[in-house]
Design a protein around this ligand. Sequence first.
Ligand SMILES: Nc1ncnc2c1ncn2[C@@H]1O[C@H](COP(=O)(O)OP(=O)(O)OP(=O)(O)O)[C@@H](O)[C@H]1O
Ligand SMILES: [Mg+2]
Ligand SMILES: [Zn+2]
Length: 451
Amino acid sequence: MAKARSVYACQACGFQSPRWLGRCPDCQGWNTLVEERENVSAETQRYAVRGDSRATPITDVQAADTPRRMSGIGELDRVLGGGVVPGSVILIGGDPGIGKSTLVLQALAALACDGVTLYVSGEESPQQVKMRADRLGTASSQLLVLAETSLERIIEQTKLIGPTALAIDSIQTVYTEQLTSAPGSIGQVRDSAAQLVLLAKGTNLPTFLVGHVTKEGAFAGPRVLEHMVDTVLYFEGDRGHPFRILRAVKNRFGSTNEIGVFEMKENGLQPVANPSALFLAERPVDVPGSAVVASIEGTRPILVEIQALVSATSFGTPRRTTLGIDPNRVALLIAVLEKKMGVHLIGQDVFVNVAGGVRLDEPAVDLGVIAAVASSFLDKPVDPHTLLIGEVGLAGEVRAVGQVETRVREAMKLGFTRCILPESSRRQLATFDDMTLEGVSSLAEAWELLF
Ligand SMILES: Nc1ncnc2c1ncn2[C@@H]1O[C@H](COP(=O)(O)OP(=O)(O)OP(=O)(O)O)[C@@H](O)[C@H]1O
Ligand SMILES: [Mg+2]
Ligand SMILES: [Zn+2]
């Protein structure tokens, strides 16, 4: 194949140069020049959507029904919005060793029941992949393995084999012969991904791309990578814990609120059917500084424990450290607690942690955060069978939240017997036999019930 000429283009202003420069002479940006192919149009046209491109009323557009394919891994299908869409490109990122290769291999093995699937590894040898597949018990003759990093050869093999699903592990190892820059560089990653997207769209092939993430937790390589693909999934979890959470941050075919919960075991990632039970499993009972809240993740309620630790500041400014929850939100709630309840946290460090590596961003957990902080400060435990629901406003009022019934039912399933919730939400609920509902309209009322 003839080598296309490449140019170095500034990603900030569009300046082009025939050779690489450390600084753009036009906009003076450092390190903004990236290698690009000079002429991509021929390649693009090959896969471009054909047809008479005329503007049509949206009502006349034929809605293509996208029959989704179930990967057979329930938690993955849930995060994807109900299965794999043909021709969709799914980018999966996560820390080293979190289980990206394991997840993708399991998905391809499951999809192999309706036709050949192709797993391309640029990081591991076929022997290593085989060893993993044996450990997972997923080895199948329908699952083909290719150890290759040349994009041209990957595309050639894919066209030859015609798989029903493709995985590239990882996009950072793939390089195109059209560019001279090193694999993993911005130009290489972007160009390889663009061509794989074209291949996926042109042949209706669902494609998984595994991506490395930087220390800051973003995908290594160009930001545009996330724009090019249909779905971006992050695989998170604390390596000290066996739980892994798969979260969609972008999805053209479904909601981004769903999470998938897995447990990493000897035989691979096992879906966790009841995440609430898992997240509450190691909860210390009758210990100050712990409160249970109900968060709605996508369509499902999840009960999680919020832990707080308040201790005297040893020197300097008091610290406010949070894990799994927005620090600004916590700072605001601490201010409300100080002002409305007269709790003095000025000389105190406050640490707030969401157990199990979950990330909460719903205001419905406010009351729980305040209860945990206050409980640690007062050194009085919150009743372990009590669930806390409610958004707390700046005036100390407890506001209504959505889907209260779903949250309460989840708590009943796990043996909770009391729920403190916004009064306005309580009025909309029926009464339950095994659950005492206590409506509150202000922080002070909740305080009465708790301590
Ligand atoms: N025998 C085993 N039993 C249980 N868990 C294992 C076993 N072998 C590996 N693991 C788990 O699998 C993880 C590695 O999974 P995997 O190779 O899929 O991660 P990855 O995200 O692809 O990593 P990398 O970024 O290095 O490619 C290990 O960190 C470990 O948690
Ligand atoms: Mg891997
Ligand atoms: Zn420039």
